[in-house]
Design a protein around this ligand. Structure first.
Ligand code: MG
Length: 350
């Protein structure tokens, strides 16, 4: 039998368990991973996709280029620290950075719902203009579609981006035993900021999303000569899911020290109130870097020299153990396994 036809003949488990798409299939957690693993990756399989990274890196001519895309459906459109437009630029810029690329050109596709106010659209486009300028990228092509009233949710944006790779190949498959893991700052702010607006929660101080471009710290880290093996931004599914994905792909156990994972007091309080684990809450301006152990201290000081990464920490390491799990030693000394996000924590977070 031609293996290329296998896919068409059978719908592998667990897709049969879910005859329709649920919100959790878009939540960045285990169900989304299964959807990719059982449906999209077998259908589209090729070596670039098989890297399971934030973008694809292809050599065209003599230049390695990174290419990525992302769609933005966040609700509400505006939140403390950003809006759907800033997310759409920074999210795609950051995925290019995670490939070790300097972002250059972006596309922007808008799906607008009939009736959305021109002022809303104007404000979002102005934010995109500023965010693009901040990361020195240009929006060079795009598209506009309008759907009937009630058939959209004001607006959705898709951006794709191209960047020039300036680093050695970075990918989860390059992660090695002994690698040190750096975390660029505190976690959980984006998810809590969205949740607070959505649920009308009032905290003493407004919690702002961490939505920000990562170009400066990433380029500085790469340019410093530190041997970086992999980077990944901590978006949907949070830090725990991101690390679980990398552990699965690399085949090695990842170990994290909770005391080195910073969570702002307001975020911790909100998470306790809402029953959320900050390690699973989405971020939009945080990343982890896997670097050669001998370069760990230097990498940390390079990151900390950037204002946006002043609280960077050395949060864990990759163990020489062929067991693709993530373990976390908590503040009282006991160890637990961090798996991918199960179900859906916060739908439509980005
Ligand atoms: Mg990413």
């Amino acid at each position: 039998m031609n293996p290329a036809n296998d896919f068409a003949l059978q719908c592998p488990l667990p897709l049969r368990d879910y005859p329709v798409i649920t919100m959790a299939h878009g939540g960045g957690g285990l169900l989304q991973h299964k959807l990719l693993e059982n449906l999209f990756w077998p259908a589209f399989q090729n070596p670039l996709l098989a890297e399971e990274h934030d973008g694809a890196v292809a050599v065209l001519g003599d230049k390695p280029l990174a290419f990525t895309t992302d769609s933005y459906v966040v609700r509400p459109l505006f939140f403390p620290g950003g809006n759907i437009g800033t997310l759409a630029i920074n999210g795609t810029v950051n995925d290019l950075c995670m490939c070790g690329a300097r972002p250059k050109y972006l596309s922007a596709g808008f799906i607008l719902e009939e009736g959305v106010s021109m002022e809303t659209l104007w404000r979002i486009v102005q934010s995109m203009k500023s965010a693009a300028e901040e990361s020195n990228v240009q929006i060079v092509t795009g598209d506009i579609k309008v759907v009937d009233k009630g058939k959209g949710d004001e607006l959705y944006i898709n951006t794709a981006g191209i960047g020039v790779v300036e680093a050695q190949a970075l990918s989860p498959s390059r992660v090695q035993p002994g690698d040190a893991i750096l975390l660029s700052g505190d976690v959980g702010r984006h998810g809590v900021a969205i949740m607070a607006v959505r649920e009308g929660l009032d905290f003493e101080t407004t919690i702002e999303s961490d939505c920000a471009p990562l170009v400066e710290p990433v380029m500085k880290l790469i340019g410093s000569g530190v041997e970086v093996h992999c980077m990944r931004d901590l978006t949907r599914g949070g830090m725990a899911t991101t690390l679980a994905e990398i552990a699965r792909k690399s085949g090695f156990r990842i170990h994290i020290e909770e005391k080195a994972v910073s969570v702002a007091e307001g975020v911790r309080g909100a998470c306790e109130m809402l029953g959320l684990d900050p390690l699973y809450v989405a971020n939009e301006g945080r990343f982890v870097a896997f670097v050669a152990a001998r370069d760990a201290d230097r990498a940390l000081s390079v990151l900390r020299s950037e204002p946006s990464c002043a609280d960077a920490s050395l949060c864990g390491s990759v163990l020489a153990e062929n067991n693709p799990i993530v373990t976390l030693k908590n503040n009282i000394g006991s160890t637990r396994i961090l798996d991918m996000l199960m179900g859906e924590q916060l739908p439509r977070i980005c």
